[in-house]
Design a protein around this ligand. Structure first.
Ligand code: SAH
Length: 348
């Protein structure tokens, strides 16, 4: 059965019409789902019992069950572990910044991209998430915190460009005026660099920020860290980023996880500067979160600052990602792994 929360308002209108209902009902129902955030058809108090019954017969109401919440004592970051209807687990993170609350959502259960430093990919891909399941992470967190979310980053588990249609639909639902109406400019979608999908994404007519997980200044090094680099070169990724900028006017963000002794020396900083010169975008340096399955360690503070300095001196826009929730399982996919290993019933 179709998930009602994955429907656009126009789709709902059409389908209600086919059921012999008035089109204006679509707007009311959409508001219950995406603004008032109900999780049961029976909470739609201005919808007749007969229509609620019809909806129940025709649609699934997607929900996620909160299994664990880890709260940081340092900065109030909260990490949520959700259970999906089919018994899988996904993670989302809630972060409070001075400019508003931000949620990092997962787009897939697991991932098949195989990046060497990433915990989400260790067991491969289980399945992609539906638009409703991606939205519901934000909705459930909003119900829990009772605070409005103003920024969304698709940087949790999974590769959004490997779940393209659902992610685009999710972005449209999240940012539509009849829904939560989050500004498109406050949404970031991060990709490991699936070039054809990046170009397609540029043509969607959206104003979201695209982030490219670059992590290396050349193809050879990138191939060591990211299998996707066998399929698409750094030059092709940057060309797609340029196209994204030209088409949308949005500057791309280049993510660079600093791994000690792997991609963090001065020569690599020089090479990265030369590579990015003339491309519209800015570099986000992320001290890598070590995962126990791999022996990567993060660069020490002085190395991170030295790397940043080199880029700055070369005229590259660069920031170091502020670490949030340092005291709770930081890296994507780690909370889920720990939960799967320990089994249910273990609370932190
Ligand atoms: N698949 C997408 C989005 C999810 S990952 C992508 O590759 O962009 C979000 C970001 O976290 C990516 O830049 C990813 O490379 C990075 N990342 C993954 N594991 C990490 C780790 N252990 N430490 C630091 N960053 C990590």
């Amino acid at each position: 059965m179709d998930e009602i929360k994955s429907k656009s308002i126009d789709e709902l209108k059409e389908e209600l019409k086919d059921m012999g209902e008035a089109a204006y009902r679509a707007k009311q129902i959409f508001e219950w789902l995406h603004v008032k955030l109900v999780s049961d058809f029976d909470d739609m108090s201005n919808i007749s019992a007969a229509l609620r019954q019809k909806l129940r017969e025709n649609y699934v109401m997607t929900t996620l069950k909160i299994v664990r919440v880890q709260e940081s004592k340092i900065d109030s970051t909260k990490k949520f572990l959700f259970e999906t209807y089919d018994g899988n687990y996904i993670e989302s993170v809630w972060m409070q910044y001075h400019h508003g609350n931000s949620v990092c959502v997962s787009s897939q259960i697991g991932c098949r991209m195989g990046c060497r430093f990433c915990a989400s990919t260790l067991d491969g891909l289980q399945r992609s998430l539906s638009p409703a399941e991606i939205l519901e992470q934000i909705y459930e967190i909003t119900r829990y915190t009772k605070e409005r979310v103003s920024n969304v980053v698709v940087m949790g588990m999974g590769e959004p460009m490997d779940n393209y249609d659902n992610v685009v639909k999710f972005v449209k639902l999240l940012t539509c005026p009849e829904g939560l109406n989050i500004s498109q400019r406050s949404v970031t979608v991060s990709t490991c660099g699936i070039v054809p999908r990046m170009k397609q994404f540029a043509d969607e007519g959206l104003q979201v920020t695209l982030a490219l997980s670059l992590h290396a200044p050349n193809d050879e090094k990138r191939r060591e860290l990211m299998p996707i680099a066998q399929s698409f070169s750094v030059a092709e990724c940057l060309e797609a980023c340029d196209y994204y900028f030209e088409t949308t006017g949005r500057r791309v963000s280049f993510e660079y996880a600093l791994v000690s002794g792997v991609n963090d020396n001065d020569r690599e900083a020089e090479e990265l500067s030369a590579l990015l010169k003339g491309h519209n975008g800015h570099v986000n340096l992320i001290p890598v979160n070590p995962i126990k399955e791999r022996d990567f360690t993060r660069s020490d503070k002085s190395r991170i600052f030295a790397f940043q300095n080199k880029l700055e001196k070369n005229g590259i826009n660069v920031t170091i990602r502020r670490e949030m929730g340092k005291d709770i399982d930081g890296a994507c996919g780690q909370l889920r792994r720990r939960h799967n290993e320990e089994g249910p019933g273990v609370q932190s």
